[in-house]
Design a protein around this ligand. Structure first.
Ligand SMILES: [Zn+2]
Ligand SMILES: [Zn+2]
Length: 193
């Protein structure tokens, strides 16, 4: 039995050249695959997900390691990779700072032809020195799937801009005079005229 994939500690090549935040990266060794045309190979890999930071907020994957289904097939000179995984992320609602969670489901495809030029669609950026960077790919695919705003629920009322109270718990409005003391001062002047 050939060891086709490995999980090892290495630096995130993008953004962390010094390896200070070294983490576990799952890669698939393509040299060991030896696929015949038409053959389909299925692998289940454990992918470790680092927390995602969005709009200054941190969203943890729980569990941090998720199983990813990888299907590998050979089509007219190129290798086709199909990735499927489901993650669970949780963190703060971007409107009310309450608990928010989401379950991004990923279906992604990459093509790889070792002879394709770098600009070509068949040149996957996730294949580095004959290794498919499953962790990096999975992470990017999840990031693409995340909404612009992560909310506790779609109709979250957010925090009151005046007093900061949670408008979901305590729906209220403020009188305009209360809202801005300068208006009160102006009204005082008007009364004097
Ligand atoms: Zn909310
Ligand atoms: Zn208020």
């Amino acid at each position: 039995m050939i060891q086709r994939y490995q999980t090892n500690r290495m630096a995130n090549a993008r953004g962390d050249p010094w390896g200070r935040y070294a983490h576990r990266v799952t890669t698939l060794d393509l040299r060991a695959l030896r696929l015949r045309p038409g053959e389909v190979r299925k692998e289940t890999l454990d992918v470790e997900l680092e927390p995602f930071v969005l709009g200054g907020m941190r969203y943890e994957a729980t569990p941090a390691t998720v199983p990813a289904e990888l299907e590998i097939s050979q089509a007219s000179g190129a290798t086709v990779f199909d990735l499927r995984l489901r993650a669970h992320l949780s963190g703060a609602c971007m409107r009310c700072l309450g608990f928010a969670e989401l379950e991004p489901e990923i279906v992604a495809r990459e093509f790889y032809d070792p002879d394709a030029p770098a600009s070509d669609e068949l040149h996957s950026d996730y294949v580095v020195r004959d290794h498919l960077q499953v962790s990096t790919w999975a992470r990017d695919a999840i990031a693409l799937e995340l909404p612009d705003q992560i909310l506790c629920r779609p109709e979250c009322a957010g925090l009151c801009p005046t007093c900061g109270k949670d408008l979901n718990v305590e729906p209220h409005e403020h009188q305009e005079r209360e809202l801005d003391p300068r208006w009160a001062a102006l009204e005082g002047i008007r009364d004097e005229l």
